[in-house]
Design a protein around this ligand. Structure first.
Ligand SMILES: *[C@@H]1O[C@H](CO)[C@@H](O)[C@H](O)[C@H]1NC(C)=O
Ligand SMILES: *[C@@H]1O[C@H](CO)[C@@H](O)[C@H](O)[C@H]1NC(C)=O
Ligand SMILES: *[C@@H]1O[C@H](CO)[C@@H](O)[C@H](O)[C@H]1NC(C)=O
Ligand SMILES: *[C@@H]1O[C@H](CO)[C@@H](O)[C@H](O)[C@H]1NC(C)=O
Ligand SMILES: *[C@@H]1O[C@H](CO)[C@@H](O)[C@H](O)[C@H]1NC(C)=O
Ligand SMILES: *[C@@H]1O[C@H](CO)[C@@H](O)[C@H](O)[C@H]1NC(C)=O
Ligand SMILES: *[C@@H]1O[C@H](CO)[C@@H](O)[C@H](O)[C@H]1NC(C)=O
Ligand SMILES: *[C@@H]1O[C@H](CO)[C@@H](O)[C@H](O)[C@H]1NC(C)=O
Ligand SMILES: *[C@@H]1O[C@H](CO)[C@@H](O)[C@H](O)[C@H]1NC(C)=O
Ligand SMILES: *[C@@H]1O[C@H](CO)[C@@H](O)[C@H](O)[C@H]1NC(C)=O
Length: 694
């Protein structure tokens, strides 16, 4: 009797073990639409669609725009070969490792797998180090492969990894490729793109022998995998032929403890950006002028970068959870690399003067514009939380251009160039026209910068431009003529209440920072016309209108948020309270639409509205949580497979399913998800102290 029950117990135990190891992998904190893998610049932007994570061994990583990139990792454990990542088993000799878990933080994406008697971890790190300009501008991300024996075993392990010329943005198998540890397409086309991939520069894949012996080779992918399978090392000629990869093999020997090896993958573009005819290079070129030096630097900096990143991960997650709970933390955590990955931090290519730093932002996906003012506006909360100086660094290129007199209008222009990385201005006066939108944004952002940093000097350099903008809003802000707002996808219309709200707050902000109280008075007057005289609210006084005096219209009034953040009191608390209370009544299946014209919503603006709901005297946690949970459900619903898209269907109709992404992917505006955290004050999450990192 006793022995029978013992046997049954053992069997039960075994079957439980089986179901655990064969079960679906765990995804923490959620399974996102796409995992950031190496997302360090607009052109080094490699992702893994979430729906491929369970099949990591045969997954195909992608550039943000969907082009498949070759990036594989194999492990040889006691002579048997397992594919871990990006390597569909090509023969019966190669087995797919078992994927156990996938996890992401603000800077890391981590997968754990089992390969025979080895436990393997693939840890993809993109350092975010906003105050350390050297580290932030180093155009590299990292992959660390970690091996340890399961249950005390000491397997013999070799690890292999490769990339190919797809990373250079030139896909043809006959593309002539220079090879070394780096791949460079032989035909270079400076500052140009094909499908958003840079057509100039060099991709490098670098590693160092640490606890291992390293061999490297360039050869056809299949032959490389086969050689590794047989010998656990690479040897022979290096010849780039069509279909080749550049790969490394690390021999770790018998592993007695957790053994890590690190690869750095980088895209070196020099110059990086064309600013009004002058070449700009990555800030990092103040340290290194060639790719070999950069590789060595990147590998030497790994430990410090990783340590800083791990602290940041914890601090962001803790602060976000404390502010609005775990769902909110998931949203901001997924947004960090996406936002910083749209930036290039630069210095002049000729002088390498580190006192002349300018940041450039690509309006990824929607149209590729350079330093779009109404992209800097929505993303600004992440700067406010982590590194407010970036508000100045991203606006400065525009301010210099405006004060050069080359832009022939008396309102701010939309962007500094139609397509990244050509920040060549619009001297002919033709650019997407959003005069009230951009003038309002500019004044608000400058005020935000001053509140966050206490630096009032910067504004004085550009006082003529700012005054011109303020005067433009005084003249044109109360009944804006037919024009676009930031949500240009929704079309042009006259008398948009949202623009008037923006103008009112911007004028008050301008009056506040300059001490010219007559501008604040004008801003408050606009607010009174909208709210007290009911030009901008419905007759029943339940909400702000989309269009002045159009009683049937409504919109998500995200611009109210800046009144709260900057503590300006342009609108009375009762107005914020009214608008916040209105949202549950117009919520669609999956969120609140942008306005009554459309069935889609914007994740950034929903977070602005959630933060407005937490204004002093409003404190509507129910509405905050409704908006946060809707965005969370969209991010986690498994219906999407692109780098977080900020625009999605909130009300299904016909073929359009609620909760699906509709347009825009990988855009930096997800920095706006930090709106709630920003209410905790500027720099409320401390980042690495090593300012500038020189
Ligand atoms: C940038 O300008 C250069 C020179 O005019 C041009 O060759 C290139 O295609 C442009 N790049 C983009 C992305 O439009
Ligand atoms: C690396 O190679 C050396 C010389 O062949 C050998 O002594 C050593 O054990 C190897 N190390 C590992 C980790 O395999
Ligand atoms: C394996 O190594 C041996 C000895 O160095 C070499 O002769 C052989 O060509 C290698 N085989 C492969 C497939 O690389
Ligand atoms: C090795 O990698 C693992 C997994 O990423 C990590 O937890 C550990 O801290 C690393 N160890 C060292 C010494 O870097
Ligand atoms: C802006 O320019 C237009 C056209 O040149 C002019 O009519 C208008 O008065 C100017 N507005 C301001 C506020 O300077
Ligand atoms: C905008 O509102 C003003 C003031 O009510 C009105 O005179 C004007 O006709 C409106 N513009 C349009 C295009 O409806
Ligand atoms: C500016 O706004 C702050 C509140 O944010 C207020 O304390 C201050 O008095 C204002 N200054 C002016 C000149 O309006
Ligand atoms: C505010 O006052 C200044 C100084 O008197 C004047 O230059 C400016 O035109 C005034 N602006 C408005 C909107 O009243
Ligand atoms: C205003 O409120 C009344 C009474 O609740 C309602 O009958 C009417 O439909 C509302 N008007 C609008 C435009 O919503
Ligand atoms: C978090 O969001 C999910 C939707 O993704 C929702 O089901 C859940 O209730 C939310 N959790 C909390 C604690 O609000």
């Amino acid at each position: 009797m006793a022995s029978l029950s013992a046997t049954l117990y053992t069997l039960l135990y075994l079957s439980m073990l089986c179901s655990t190891s064969l079960g679906a992998p765990s995804f923490t904190p959620i399974l996102p639409p796409s995992y950031p893998l190496a997302v360090k610049s607009p052109y080094l932007s490699t992702w893994l669609p979430g729906n491929q994570a369970a099949n990591l061994p045969s997954a195909k990583p992608q550039f943000w725009n969907g082009q498949e990139l070759t990036w594989s990792v194999l492990a040889r454990v006691d002579g048997k070969v397992y594919s871990l990542f990006g390597a569909p088993p090509t023969s019966s000799d190669v087995k797919a490792a078992t994927v156990n878990s996938a996890d992401f933080t603000s800077t890391h994406t981590t997968f754990t797998l089992t390969a025979g008697s080895a436990d393997m971890v693939l840890d993809f790190l993109t350092p975010i180090s906003p105050l350390n300009y050297v580290r932030q501008s180093l155009p590299f991300s990292y992959l660390t492969v970690s091996a340890s024996g399961s249950d005390g075993s000491t397997p013999e392990v070799q690890v292999y990894s490769d990339i190919d010329n797809s990373w250079t943005g030139q896909f043809g198998v006959d593309v002539a490729t220079e090879w070394g540890y780096a791949t460079t397409a032989r035909v270079q086309s400076e500052f140009s793109e094909v499908n958003d991939m840079a057509q100039w520069g060099t991709t490098a894949y670098c590693t160092l022998p640490v606890a291992s012996n390293v061999t490297a080779r360039v050869n056809i992918l299949g032959a490389m995998h086969a050689d590794f399978a047989v010998n656990g090392s690479l040897a022979g000629d290096w010849t780039w032929t069509p279909g080749s990869v550049a790969g490394f093999s690390h021999d770790l020997g018998h592993i007695k403890q957790v053994t890590n090896i690190t690869f750095a993958v980088g895209l070196w573009r020099q110059p990086a950006v064309n600013y009004l005819g002058h070449d700009r290079s990555a800030y990092f070129t103040s340290q290194c002028q060639d790719i070999n030096c950069a590789c060595v630097h990147a590998l030497a900096d790994f430990e410090a970068a990783d340590a800083e990143a791990r602290t940041l991960d914890v601090d962001i997650a803790n602060k976000a959870s404390q502010v609005a709970g775990g769902n909110y933390s998931d949203i901001v955590t997924l947004s960090v690399r996406q936002e910083f990955g749209a930036l290039d931090l630069t210095i002049p290519a000729d002088t390498l003067d580190t006192n002349d730093v300018l940041a450039f932002v690509k309006e990824i996906s929607s149209n590729g514009n350079v330093n779009t003012v109404d992209v800097i506006y929505p993303l600004s909360p992440i700067f406010y939380v982590l590194a407010p100086e970036y508000i100045r660094l991203t606006l400065e290129p525009m301010m210099r251009y405006l004060s050069s007199g080359r832009w022939p209008h008396n309102y701010t222009l939309h962007d500094l160039g139609s397509h990244y990385p050509n920040a060549t201005g619009h001297d002919d006066g033709t650019a997407e026209s959003m005069p009230v939108e951009e003038c309002g944004n500019l004044l608000i952002l400058v005020c935000m910068y001053e509140k966050a940093t206490g630096n009032t000097e910067w504004r004085h350099t550009y006082s003529i431009i700012l005054q011109e903008c303020a005067d433009y809003l005084v003249a044109n802000g109360l009944y804006p003529f037919t024009q676009l707002s930031t949500d240009d996808g929704a079309g042009s219309v006259a008398n948009q209440t949202g623009l008037v709200i923006k103008a009112a707050i911007a004028l008050n902000a301008y009056g506040n920072m300059t001490g010219q109280t007559n501008y604040s008075d004008t801003g408050r007057h606009f607010a009174k016309v909208l709210y007290n005289q009911r030009v901008g609210i419905d007759t029943n006084e339940t909400h702000f209108l989309l269009i002045e005096n159009d009683d049937t219209s409504w919109g998500l009034q995200f611009n109210l948020y800046m009144d709260v953040l900057l503590d300006l009191d342009t609108f009375p608390t009762s107005a914020l309270e009214m608008q916040t209370a209105f949202y549950p009544g117009v919520r669609g299946e999956a969120g609140v639409a942008l306005d009554n014209r459309v069935n889609w919503g914007k994740t950034d603006w929903m977070m602005f509205a959630a933060a407005t709901a937490m204004a002093e005297g409003v404190g509507n946690e129910g509405v905050r949580d409704m908006l946060v949970d809707d965005v969370h459900a969209y991010v986690a619903n498994g219906l999407n497979d692109v780098p977080l898209g900020d625009r999605y269907i909130v009300e299904g109709s016909g073929a359009e399913v609620a909760g699906t992404w509709t347009a825009y992917r990988a855009r930096p505006v997800v920095g706006g998800h930090f709106a709630l955290m920003a209410l905790e004050g500027p720099s409320c999450v401390r980042v690495g102290e090593s300012a500038r990192g020189e």
